[in-house]
Design a protein around this ligand. Structure first.
Ligand code: ZN
Length: 404
């Protein structure tokens, strides 16, 4: 039993000063509210005074590739644990490991690691957050929108993808496919039949192709504005009239959700605000899209597997292609995204934090378990200093992770 007291609670729509949270022996929230309204402290329990801090829900990252020198595509338990522990120190308590384009055997090794960690569950003593399940992200991208991924994109073929979908639904929860590829419709049908959430991304799809994908269950577009189509880019495929692309389709379709990389380098503040204004904070999740360069010094790194990944340059804030002209993945933790949305994009703190917690949890359909500070949910918290919003401590299931 644990009580954290004195903190300002960050709820989805409001702040509660002088708050208190109780965690039961089951690792779930037993009370949250004003300290003055809290039940008597359990004498056998631990009390932590968090005066001067915000107590926010642990962050949920649904699009993330690596950190601390490792990429999930390295495909080993040691690499996975290093990435997970690094993100947990930035406040992420639920993580959806995301592969890159790669060889078939590399993607299978990635999925195998995901399954082992989903089954093992979180381990706060070793700094390991929850692994919700994998995001199969590529290899089914449009070649012209491959971005910084290894040049091994291919259209979905049943022989190959059924081996990936065998990990669904527990170890594989989300899959991205470019709608215009041959075989995309079959892929969406087969994935949906196994309970996998469907995304469109790395695509130059037209409005009509997006509408067909939507009819098959696609409800989310990866990293809004990045590696996706709009009315200008689809002109490379079709003569006039101007046609809508993914951007127009997402903005105009109420049940489509999306995500933004709010690192301050991918999108200017007006585009971050534009996304929230157009879709609402409940339909736009913050994602890190972090590569192995996160928490590492500037220098050259590989995006994707050590064996066959694409080289890029990390300038200390973001990944760039070697010619310096294009972005090549994120290098910041989720705490940075929340600070940026609050301070630079100008959102209130509950909304900025919600976009990193309840919004992605709802998109992933795990909001009954995680994503907000609410009685009955898992006690996953991030404590932020009220002065600078830096992460002070992180709890997974009511247990603190080592921060060193
Ligand atoms: Zn991407």
């Amino acid at each position: 039993m644990l009580r954290i007291t004195g903190a300002t609670l960050v709820l989805p729509d409001t702040l509660i000063a002088d708050g208190a949270v109780d965690v039961g022996a089951d690792g779930r929230i037993a009370f949250c509210g004003r300290q003055a309204d809290a039940p008597p402290v359990d004498p056998r329990g631990q009390v932590i005074d968090a005066t001067g801090q915000y107590l926010a829900p642990g962050f949920v990252d649904m699009h993330v590739h690596g950190a601390a020198g490792h990429d999930f595509m390295d495909g080993t338990p040691a690499a996975f644990e290093a990435v997970l522990a690094a993100h947990a120190r930035h406040g992420t308590t639920t993580i959806v490991p995301t592969n890159t384009v790669g060889r078939h055997d590399q993607i299978l090794a990635f999925l195998e690691c995901c399954r082992a960690l989903v089954r093992a569950g979180p381990d706060a003593s070793r700094g390991l957050p929850r692994v919700a399940g994998a995001h199969l992200y590529g290899p089914y991208f449009a070649e012209e929108k491959v971005g910084c991924h290894p040049r091994l994109t291919r259209p979905p073929t049943r022989d190959e993808y059924l081996q990936y979908l065998a990990y669904a639904p527990d170890a594989l929860m989300v899959a991205t496919c470019a709608p215009e590829l041959d075989g995309a419709a079959d892929f969406y049908r087969d994935a949906a039949a196994r309970g996998v959430r469907l995304n469109a991304g790395h695509s130059n799809a037209t409005w009509d192709e997006m509408a067909a994908a939507h009819a098959l269950g696609v409800r989310h577009v990866d990293h809004l504005f990045c590696a996706m189509s709009n009315y200008v880019s689809v002109r490379t495929r079709f003569a006039p009239p101007y046609r809508g692309g993914m951007l127009e389709f997402v903005l105009a379709t109420p049940d489509m959700t999306t995500e933004i990389i709010a690192d301050g380098r991918h999108l200017a503040p007006e585009l971050l605000r534009f996304a929230v204004t157009m879709k609402g904070a409940d339909k736009v999740a913050l994602v890190t899209d972090a590569s192995r360069a996160m928490d590492m010094p500037p220098g050259a790194y590989r995006f994707g597997p050590t064996d066959g990944g694409e080289s890029f340059y990390h300038d200390g804030e973001v990944g760039l292609t070697l010619d310096g002209r294009s972005l090549a993945s994120g290098a910041r933790g989720m705490d940075h995204m929340v600070r940026h949305m609050h301070r630079v994009a100008g959102l209130d703190l509950p909304t900025a934090a919600r976009m990193a917690s309840l919004t992605p949890a709802t998109i992933l359909r795990i909001e009954r378990e995680v994503g907000s500070i609410e009685v009955g949910k898992l006690a996953d918290f991030v404590l932020l200093d009220q002065a600078d919003l830096r992460v002070r401590s992180v709890y997974v299931g009511g247990a603190a992770i080592p921060m060193a």
